[in-house]
Every structure is written in C-alpha cells, then in structure tokens.
Ligand binder design. Structure first.
Ligand code: ADP
Ligand code: MG
Length: 261
C-alpha cells in the first residue's frame, strides 16, 4: 500500500525540500518505489534535483486536468531522477493555482484526487509543501496519510508550531480523519551548542507528550548545503557524511513506523 507523506512547515528555510530529497533518495536506495511531488511554486525540489524550471508539464497542468474533468494521462508529468525516484515538477506558474483553487468546488481535494491515480505505482509519495498554509498546503494535508514537520532548533520554533498544529487538527476534523503526525524532525542541528539543546528541549516539553518527535536529528553539515546546487542527494554526494547518516536514520524510522501501523 502507498503511504503519502506531506513535509510541511509554514516557515521557510527549515529544510522541508532538503528532507523530501534525502528521505526520498534514502527510501529509493532501499528499494522502495518513491514519487516526490513539488507543491511549492518556488520549484526548489524540481531545481534541487537538477530539472529545469521551465519544464512544460507540471503539477499545475495535472491539477487543472482534475479541476476541468478532462481525460488525461496522470503520468505525463512524471520525471525520473538518476537515484531511482520519480518527481512531479513545479515552477512559479503554480502560484496561480494556489489562488484559483479558492473558487473550485471541493477545492481541498484536487491534489488527493490526482495522487490517487498514481498510488498503485508507488510505496511512498512525498509532498514538498510551500512555506504558507494556503490552499496548496491544505491540499497536501488533505491528501496525506501523515506529516513530517521539519523544525530548526531556534528560539521561536516552539511558538511557530502552534498555528501549523491547529491547521492539521482542522484538516483532521473536516477533510482527512486519518491524518497522523509522522513526527517533528529537528534539522540543521548544531547539537554542540547549548542554545540548540535548549530550543530542542523547549519543543520537546511543549509537544513531546502528544506528538511524536523523531529520535535522531539531522546535523547541519557543509556537504548537505552543497548538494542543493548539485541536483543529487547527500547519499550520492557523500554517503559517509554525518548528514547522510542522519537522513538514513530518518528513513529507518519512517519504515519502522509503517511496520508498526
Ligand atoms: P525549506 O524547503 O524549508 O525552505 P530548504 O530545504 O530549501 O528549506 O533548506 C534551506 C537551506 O538550508 C538550503 O540552502 C539548504 O541547502 C540548507 N540546508 C538544509 N538542511 C541543511 C543541513 N542539514 N545542513 C546544512 N544546510 C542545510
Ligand atoms: Mg522548500
């Protein structure tokens, strides 16, 4: 069965896209069939995997077909990455979709309807959300079985989660009763600094009782920052890097969660 995971946080720069790429690549390395979906008009996932930003057939094209009720081939937008995962690309034209969805009937479930056409071909579909809680993110959360929330351990991190958790609770009540929080993931962790420890503790004491927090954190490493312009994952770039070890542990935890369910 296919598991759909949204990677969401309305804060930018917390490693949502980096987590999608490396979780996806890590799962693919273990023989899982993976589809990554770029649901951010900034197209960072698309560019970050080495695809051009002016690619013609995108997530927007697919969602428009669903809205219009046109006959179409749902695989037409799928691109293949050299590390074995597939991707549905996006670019800035998706901005219009975030706005035009507002007037569409059953506007929260357009992405879900589209992904259902692809689920049979994948073990995991991972959605890279944009840094806002607009209609595209609502669509991603409505389509998802679970959410990963990347958090950079900073002073305001615990505060910023309140709004996101409220939205997830609303989605659970209104559209998607089975949505679970896969976990809060600490990213760009500089654990040798006391400040980082303090901020992780603040999140753990505010949410740790009700929300799963991934056991391992992703360290901040130069190599991960460098992969962004290389179009590959940290596993391909330097599999001995501490960041690769961190992401591999995340992959293991996600697989273990699936077995426990
Ligand atoms: P988001 O998608 O949440 O906006 P990104 O994944 O684009 O965040 O990450 C923001 C920036 O931080 C990128 O330049 C990325 O290369 C860098 N980055 C992400 N994770 C790490 C890490 N573990 N170590 C170093 N740099 C990182
Ligand atoms: Mg991003």
């Amino acid at each position: 069965m296919c598991k759909v995971i949204a990677v969401a946080n309305q804060k930018g720069g917390v490693a949502k896209t980096t987590t999608c790429i490396n979780l996806g690549a890590g799962l693919a390395r273990r023989g899982q069939r993976v589809l990554l979906v770029d649901a951010d008009p900034q197209g960072h996932l698309t560019i970050g995997l080495g695809f051009p930003k002016n690619v013609k057939i995108t997530l927007k094209t697919m969602m428009e077909n669903i809205i219009m009720g046109t006959e179409f081939n749902p695989k037409e937008a799928v691109l293949q990455h050299c590390e074995g995962m597939d991707i549905i690309p996006s670019n800035k034209l998706l901005t219009g979709m975030d706005i035009s969805l507002v007037t569409v009937e059953e506007r929260e479930s357009v992405l879900k309807e589209y992904l259902q056409l692809l689920e049979a071909d994948y073990d995991y579909i991972i959605i890279d959300c944009m840094p806002s809680l607009g209609m595209l993110t609502i669509n991603a959360l409505s389509a998802a079985d679970s959410v990963i929330i990347p958090v950079q351990p900073q002073f305001y991190s615990a505060d910023g989660l309140v709004e996101l958790l409220k939205v997830i609770n609303n989605i659970r009540k209104r559209y998607n009763p089975q949505i679970q929080i896969e976990g809060i993931l600490f990213t760009m962790d500089t654990s040798r600094y006391n400040n980082s420890k303090r901020n992780k503790d603040a999140v753990r004491s505010a949410y740790g009782k009700e929300i799963r927090i991934f056991h391992d954190t992703i360290p901040r490493t130069e190599a991960i920052a460098e992969t962004t312009s290389e179009g590959i994952s940290i596993f391909q770039y330097d599999k001995k890097n501490k960041g690769a070890v961190g992401y591999d542990k995340l992959v293991q935890e996600v697989i273990d969660h699936g077995k426990a369910e």
